[in-house]
Design a protein around this ligand. Structure first.
Ligand code: ADP
Length: 537
């Protein structure tokens, strides 16, 4: 996610939240509305948005309250927070703005529910998760529309996210039945040694806005499969998808209290979760700065911590690459979700022999990406999440250009206004520039030139991040050599889209701790218990 190194303030006409991010101060000063009930707003909304909202409302999927102990709950002081459509500025809904007291109650509910949920058979938990998976898929269209409305990504991508998000529930429903222990040959003849795997307990899951569903399911899926209970804190920018998913979880037979959702004042909720001795694990996807803060806080109660933080993905195109494959792969990894994913290529390293050809063909392909409201047919690039995100992109582009980089395509805000930015390609970028040091998190492809394989590896590894990397080459030997040399948790070879529920996702270095998805994704939610039985001879 974003590593924001400068203070930023969001001020949109209809915006409801002031966010001051900085590596130094992590204050989120939040403007909740006093005493207005959480509900759905129709004033000044486009007809298209209004009719989608009406449909979501009548299907019961547009929830605006938090979920505590199986009950939809307003903030105790009645405060609310508005959720905007980034493509239009429409206020979609007004949701409960919660804090410490609600979070404490959500933790208690999860704690109480643990004794029952953890004792169900794996089969029982599995079949309820399977019901949830089926319901998510049954409501694929509506959930997709909700994602597009609050997050901005094109509807096709949003529906794709629902399939991807649901796949974690299906996968971990199956894994629930495979939590095997061990029997260890004893060192004394009258002893028997066993290893038992048990759920860690209450899990706090803090998630970002760029994948409003999938970032939740890949944490909650393994947690529930293992027998843990959960308090989810979705991003305040995109809480509606989380609440809709929670509604479907209730319908699927997941008992009250097993899954709770609170949102509102992020630092207050975060601190309450971190400080509670009843919470045994924090799982977080988001900025490196907040991740470090949570990790430090978790030390006090020695919680397990899983972190999926910022990336700075290199995408290395060698002279011997298949140009068509390299263009397709680079385009997919750079421009998915308008560049707002932590595995998006952040630096495209191109070998000098193919540099001119690549940048020309790549720029042509980028030029064809249609920008617009994600609900419009054929749109490939939606808006950025908010004004602050555009300002960050602008400042990075400005820095690069002032230091000698050349804009090959785009390079400015889109004429559509709002938070739309033109799909952009910048050439002659150097690894020292801001745009190559930090995640741009926008539709800007910085292209760097290199001479040798060694130089490419050196540039690629010259960062504190280590999440995803991509290489394009037709040499099998080089594929292995470079894959092994890259200090990254994920390597795509001749492929730009690598995420799947069956493979481990996670980073080296400051990109995080732990892995999500796959059989490895269960480990972080399990304790290992060693049982030594004596006097057995
Ligand atoms: P981004 O820069 O991508 O928005 P953040 O790390 O700010 O990433 O946000 C990811 C998640 O972390 C969101 O749910 C956000 O509300 C939450 N968050 C932000 N600040 C804090 C904090 N101090 N404590 C706990 N959670 C936080």
């Amino acid at each position: 996610m974003m590593m924001t190194m400068f203070a930023r303030t969001i001020h949109r006409s209809s915006s409801r939240i002031n966010v001051h991010h900085s590596s130094l101060s992590l204050s989120h000063s939040l403007r909740c509305n006093s005493h207005s009930p959480s509900n759905i707003l129709h004033c000044q909304m486009s007809t298209e948005t209004a009719s989608i909202i009406d449909r979501l409302k009548s299907s019961g999927l547009l929830r605006t309250k938090g979920l505590i102990g199986g009950k939809w709950t307003d903030a105790y002081d009645g405060r609310t927070i508005e959720v905007n459509n980034p493509a239009s500025g429409d206020v979609i809904a007004s949701v409960a703005c919660m804090g410490e007291r609600e979070t404490k109650d959500a933790i208690s509910s999860a704690y109480d529910a643990f004794s029952h949920w953890s004792k169900l058979t794996a089969n029982d938990r599995s079949s309820r998760l399977r019901n949830w998976y089926n319901l998510l898929l049954q409501h694929k269209e509506e959930l997709g529309q909700l994602i597009t409305l609050e997050q901005g990504k094109p509807l096709k991508e949003a529906i794709g996210e629902v399939g991807y998000g649901a796949s974690f529930i299906e996968f971990f429903a199956e894994e629930a039945k495979r939590i095997y222990g061990d029997i260890i040959p004893p060192t004394l003849s009258d002893r028997r040694l066993f290893v038992l795997k048990q759920p860690v307990g209450v899990v706090a899951a803090i998630t970002p806005w760029n994948f409003p569903l999938a970032m939740i399911t890949r944490k909650v899926g393994p947690a529930l499969a293992c027998g843990c209970t959960v308090v989810i804190k979705p991003s305040e920018l995109t809480p509606l998808t989380a609440l809709a998913a929670a509604e479907l979880a209730l319908q699927s037979g997941i008992p009250p209290g097993v899954l709770n959702v609170v949102m509102g004042d992020a630092p207050k909720i975060g601190n309450t979760l971190v400080e509670s001795p009843q919470v045994r694990k924090i799982t977080f996807t988001g900025s490196t700065a907040v991740g470090k803060k949570l990790m430090a806080g978790a030390a006090e109660t020695v919680k397990k911590v899983s972190l999926e933080l910022g990336g700075n993905a290199p995408c290395i195109v060698f002279d011997d690459a298949d140009l068509e494959v390299a263009i397709k792969g680079s385009l997919a990894t750079k421009f998915r979700n308008s560049g707002q994913t932590c595995v998006c290529a952040n630096r495209i390293l191109v070998q000098e022999g193919i540099y001119e050809k690549f940048t020309k063909a790549f720029s042509n392909a980028v030029q064809n990406l249609k920008v617009g409201n994600g609900l419009t047919e054929g749109v490939a690039q939606g808006p950025l999440i908010n004004e602050a995100a555009v300002q960050k992109v602008e400042s990075f582009v400005q820095d690069a250009v002032s230091k000698g980089a050349k804009v090959l395509l785009g390079g400015k805000r889109h004429s559509l206004g709002m938070s739309f930015y033109e799909p952009t390609v910048i050439g002659d970028v150097k690894n020292e520039m801001l745009i190559a040091r930090q995640e741009v998190f926008g539709p800007v492809a910085p292209v760097l030139r290199f001479k040798t394989e060694e130089e490419a590896i050196q540039i690629a590894n010259d960062t504190n991040a280590g999440l995803a990397a991509y290489i394009f080459t037709n040499s099998i030997k080089r594929s292995w050599r470079v894959s092994e040399a890259l200090e990254y948790g994920i390597v795509g070879v001749n492929e730009g889209l690598v995420s799947t529920e069956v493979a481990p996702f996670g980073g080296y270095k400051q990109s995080g701790l732990g892995r999500e998805g796959s059989k490895y994704g269960m480990d972080d939610y399990l304790e290992i218990k060693y049982i030594c039985m004596g006097n057995m001879g």
